[in-house]
Each structure stands twice: as structure tokens, then as C-alpha cells.
Design a protein. Structure first.
Length: 150
């Protein structure tokens, strides 16, 4: 697949993740969304549910990984790509690594809690990371959410 074709797919799927983040925003959740794609098909879509479930582990990525594993009938997601609007935290990075996701695409960085600063080796050794897809849109949604709460 050409770089241009991959970029178009990444944009398409990140738009779906951003739609999940918008749903979280409307529910009063921190607006982070995620989708898991396997062989050009979305097999899981999720957003943060930490407030709804009163569960600090209910991040978008964790929800999406669980849904994808259930959909595929196994815990390993080697043939899948995770699209998430914000850089995964270290907890989610660990789960992404254990699930053996081979590709992770995220929108904007998380300078305060992102995996890259604290656990840069958490992903599977063969994992490829792409970042900055729809970065401005992902960042703007997060900023709007937190500005409204201050």
C-alpha cells in the first residue's frame, strides 16, 4: 500500500475515533475516542467511560481492546490497528503491548501522562506508531472540554 493510500485510511479511521471522542464529550466524559481496525473493518469503537462506570481503568483504549478481543474471540490483536485521538497513557500502553497490537495511530500527544515520556517500550517490539493524524482537531476538543470545566 502506498503512503498516500495509508494516509487516507488513517484519516478516515481517525475521523471515526474523533466521532467517539465527541460522544464522550457530550456525555461529560474526557473526550477520547478509539477504534480498532482489522483487515480494513472496524471491529471495535469506544470512548472514555471513567465517569459513567466510576472506573479509572475505563479508558477508550481499554474499552476498545476488550471489544476487539471479544469480536475476534482471542486476546491477541496482531492483525489490528488501534486509532485513538490522544496519545495512550502508560496503563493503556501496557494493555496495547499485551494485546500485541502491531500498529497504533494517535492524534495529539499527551505531554502530562503520555506513554512516550514514561513507558516508551511498553508496546510490542514489532509495533509501529504513527502520530499527528488530525492532531489539531483532537487537541482542540480536549482543550474545549477542560476550558469549560475551569
Amino acid at each position: 500500500m502506498s503512503t498516500e493510500e495509508q494516509s487516507k485510511k488513517d484519516l478516515y479511521y481517525m475521523q471515526r475515533a474523533l466521532a467517539e471522542a465527541e460522544a464522550a464529550y457530550k456525555e461529560g466524559e474526557i473526550p477520547i475516542g478509539a477504534v480498532v481496525v482489522c483487515r480494513d473493518r472496524i471491529i471495535a469503537r469506544a470512548h472514555n467511560l471513567t465517569e459513567t462506570l466510576n472506573d479509572v481503568t475505563a479508558h477508550a483504549e481499554m474499552q476498545a481492546i476488550t471489544m476487539a478481543a471479544n469480536e475476534l474471540g482471542g486476546k491477541y490483536l496482531q492483525d489490528c490497528t488501534l486509532y485513538v485521538t490522544v496519545e495512550p497513557c502508560i496503563m493503556c500502553a501496557g494493555a496495547i503491548g499485551w494485546a500485541q497490537l502491531r500498529r497504533i495511530v494517535y492524534g495529539c500527544p499527551d505531554e502530562k501522562r503520555g506513554y512516550h515520556e514514561y513507558a516508551p517500550k511498553a508496546f510490542h517490539p514489532k509495533a509501529n506508531v504513527t502520530y499527528g493524524v488530525m492532531e489539531e482537531e483532537c487537541r482542540a476538543l480536549m482543550q474545549r472540554f477542560f476550558q469549560e470545566r475551569r
